[in-house]
Design a protein around this ligand. Structure first.
Ligand code: NAP
Length: 280
């Protein structure tokens, strides 16, 4: 199958290319080659390549920066996703859009189901939800919502913690937001399997849940650092610019319905990530 990946240099885009290039013809384009906010140019590229499947991983992912620059957030995550969905439609390509747990408000106390109504609290969450709606309007493709993503390429929470751990200074980490960390390799494995399944909304995250504080302690422990350097703090005390859901655990009903494996527990995935990071 001919697959076009957007956001090729992001942590997800890179891993998608690595995983899929042995079994498919993969054309992976970064912002330089395919700026998704340029509608006409994007469409031209789609007509040149004529992909059968588009994996849309390009996004403006800095949640606090989205609050500062909402116009860019809506342009990139929302409106430009609409351009990609329309271009994919014109060349008869199926489309996968990667969305986020931050489309939910966090008021639930049990894992969010695919059918639960989004109610984003941040600009980032709203812009991702707009992207979802435009994909549904123009392409009827697949929406994959994931959460707390980390991998070997690019910036992410686990890498930040590992860098801070080396400095051996006390750090304060939020202990009242609960979610599910997701190793990008596991997300990509599931996406590869979803290519064979029908379109719809799928929640894909490692199983189990924790707070950012609990996650940090396990990162420190697994990497051989002293977890006593990590101290709990509340969301209010931390004072981030963007609001975040206090609970955004994703349930895996759609994966179960399609008889797909649920990604392994997050601690197991983290262990493998750290082992691979250390051997690089
Ligand atoms: N990271 C998470 O915790 C998380 C959680 C839930 C869902 N997601 C979703 O998962 C997907 C992948 O995230 P990720 O962690 O791989 O993000 P990432 O590492 O930030 O990658 C996103 C890529 O998109 C590119 N991009 C930005 N604006 C673009 C534009 N106008 N045209 C083309 N490319 C553009 C970025 O390039 P520049 O860096 O050069 O701007 C970057 O290479 C995103 O849809 C994100 O919303 C992420």
């Amino acid at each position: 199958m001919k697959i076009l990946i957007t956001g090729a240099h992001g942590q997800l885009g890179k891993q998608l290319e690595k995983r899929l290039k042995s079994s498919h013809t993969v054309i992976s384009l970064g912002k330089q080659e395919l700026d998704i906010t340029k509608k006409a140019e994007s469409e031209k590229i789609f007509f040149q390549i004529k992909p059968q499947l588009v994996l849309h991983a390009a996004a403006f992912t800095d949640v606090d920066q989205c609050e500062i620059d909402p116009q860019k957030a809506f342009e990139v995550n929302g409106i430009a996703t609409g351009y990609i969905a329309q271009a994919a439609n014109k060349v008869d390509a199926r489309m996968f859009y990667i969305s986020s747990d931050y489309v939910f408000d966090g008021n639930k106390k049990a894992p969010y189901r695919e059918a639960d109504e989004p109610n984003p609290q941040s600009t980032y969450g709203m812009s991702k939800w707009l992207g979802e709606k435009l994909v549904q309007k123009f392409n009827n493709g697949t929406i994959v919502r994931t959460s707390w993503l980390y991998g070997h390429d690019g910036k992410n929470f686990v890498k930040t913690m590992l860098n801070l751990a080396e400095k051996q200074k006390k750090i304060k980490v939020v202990n009242d937001q609960i979610g599910s960390p997701t190793y990008v390799n596991d997300l990509v494995e599931t996406v590869a399997q979803l290519i064979e399944k029908r379109n719809g909304i799928y929640h894909v995250s490692n199983s189990g849940s924790c707070t950012w504080f609990e996650f940090s302690k396990v990162i420190f422990e697994e990497a051989g650092y002293n977890p006593e350097f990590v101290l709990p703090i509340s969301t209010e005390e931390f004072g981030a610019i963007a609001p975040r859901p206090s609970y955004s655990v994703l349930g895996h009903d759609a994966l179960i319905r399609e008889t797909l494996n649920i990604p392994r527990p997050w601690k197991e995935a983290l262990k493998e990530f750290i082992r691979k990071e250390n051997s690089q």
